[in-house]
Design a protein around this ligand. Structure first.
Ligand code: INI
Length: 169
């Protein structure tokens, strides 16, 4: 049997956001394009937030027509300085989208810049799949659901931002 490596940091401090969502205010921006798929992401994300203690009045869902419109809605939300994190959800399918790369790349770039500038976690929840079947696999009710993962990322980042070393002065 392989010997287990020592994974201790020998006293070096580590900081990781907790997964407690109580008291966190979370906005979700969801694309209605491919709604039959994005609904699964949305249900997974909201269920995860609630299971981790978020209160219903602290969650709000905003619908936009497509992935391309997500950055604008997310920008207005971070400007309000009301939200601890913004989760974005969309599904873009390569086979059905001529401007696939542009929609995904532009949206991802805008969201990263927005998160950097606003210093509020903006979670990139855009599934880019080659086929519908591939997308379906990622929005499952019982099995893999990326919406759940992205909700966890939002909670973790919102809590990490509360670490004294990372807080704005
Ligand atoms: N929007 C999506 O969220 N997913 C897609 O797969 C998609 N396709 O296939 O084109 C899509 N297009 C719409 C786009 O996001 C904008 O809503 C539209 O271009 C109007 O600005």
């Amino acid at each position: 049997m392989e010997k287990r490596k020592d994974n201790s940091l020998k006293g070096i401090p580590e900081s990781k956001g907790s997964f407690r969502a109580k008291g966190l205010k979370i906005a979700v921006v969801v694309s209605d394009f491919n709604e039959y798929l994005t609904r699964g992401l949305l249900l997974g994300a909201v269920d995860t937030l609630l299971r981790h203690g978020a209160r219903k009045p602290d969650i709000k869902v905003f619908h936009v027509p497509g992935a391309f419109e997500i950055p604008l809605a997310a920008k207005r939300l971070v400007q309000k300085k009301r939200w601890d994190a913004v989760i974005t959800l969309a599904v873009v399918i390569r086979g059905e989208t001529k401007h696939f790369d542009q929609v995904v790349r532009e949206s991802a770039r805008s969201l990263r810049e927005l998160s950097d500038r606003s210093e509020i976690p903006v979670i990139l929840g855009i599934i880019s799949a080659h086929t519908v079947a591939q997308a379906v696999e990622r929005v499952g009710v019982k099995h893999m659901n990326k919406g759940r993962e992205w909700a966890m990322a939002a909670i973790e980042m919102a809590n990490l931002m509360r670490d004294r070393s990372l807080k704005k002065k």
